[in-house]
Design a protein around this ligand. Structure first.
Ligand code: HPA
Length: 240
């Protein structure tokens, strides 16, 4: 079976899929986590892999950037490939003063300036929320010393914006005042698609920069090691 954007066979995907934005990162994650990873799709270079981690099946596939791209892949995975759980793994720009570069944000809910969820149920401001069970599993994994998480793990809301380079004046400060932890570009759409199909979703995000305080931005090497923290929590949620 193939969909317009995924050329995989029935049963190629595990029930749980980790989704970074970058398909090359999907390949690196597969290589790091799995001894038996095999590529199952590469349409448009959006690489997907399946293997096992700790003896349990897991898939990892790129999502591309932004809510439309994520929605295409999440919809096809949930509706055509038997996927039950999608966990976004990616980066987030912090806006809360409580959050530092290198920390992990588990997005329990996602505000958005996108129209994608607004169009779902006419007249309704849809609440894009994570699956509680997955969020709890990620959080509990962060409490175990074996998880080896160096930074602080924050649970709370994020803003999933459509623009990367344009922001209405004062909006970031206003969101921070409402306790929003950071800015990314996909979680709200993922949570909307999961609700549409009655599936489970979570975003576990590494803080790569701080939009209101640039003092601690990460080096490339640091990005890789700190990214491992969120990966461990994502795998724990995937297999919970
Ligand atoms: N904006 C959107 N997405 C991001 C950012 C940002 O500043 N930083 C990391 N992901």
């Amino acid at each position: 079976m193939a969909t317009p954007h995924i050329a995989a066979a029935p049963g190629d995907f595990a029930p749980a899929v980790l989704m970074p934005g970058d398909p090359r990162r999907a390949q690196r994650i597969a290589e790091i986590l799995m001894a038996d990873a095999r590529m199952i799709t590469d349409v448009r270079g959006m690489l997907g892999f399946t293997g096992t981690v700790n003896g349990k099946p897991l898939s990892v596939m790129g999502s591309g950037m932004g809510q439309p791209s994520f929605t295409i892949y999440a919809t096809e995975l949930f509706s055509q490939f038997g996927v039950e759980r999608i966990i976004r793994v990616g980066t987030i720009g912090a806006i809360s003063p409580k959050v530092e570069v290198g920390d992990v944000v588990v997005a329990t809910g996602a505000h958005t300036d996108s129209s994608m969820n607004q169009l779902r149920i006419p007249g309704i401001n849809f609440s894009a929320v994570a699956d509680f069970h997955l969020a709890q599993a990620a959080y509990e994994a962060s409490l175990t010393p074996q998880a080896g998480v160096d930074g602080t793990v924050h649970l709370g809301t994020v803003i999933s914006r459509d623009h990367f380079y344009f922001t209405p004046q004062g909006q970031t400060e206003a969101l921070a005042a409402y306790g929003v932890l950071g800015v990314e570009m996909e979680a709200a759409a993922l949570y909307g698609v999961a609700a549409e199909y009655g599936k489970q979703a979570l975003a576990v995000l590494t803080v790569s920069d701080h939009l209101l305080d640039h003092s601690g931005d990460m080096s490339a090497a640091e990005r890789e090691t700190r990214f491992a923290d969120s990966l461990r929590l994502a795998v724990a949620a995937a297999h919970s």
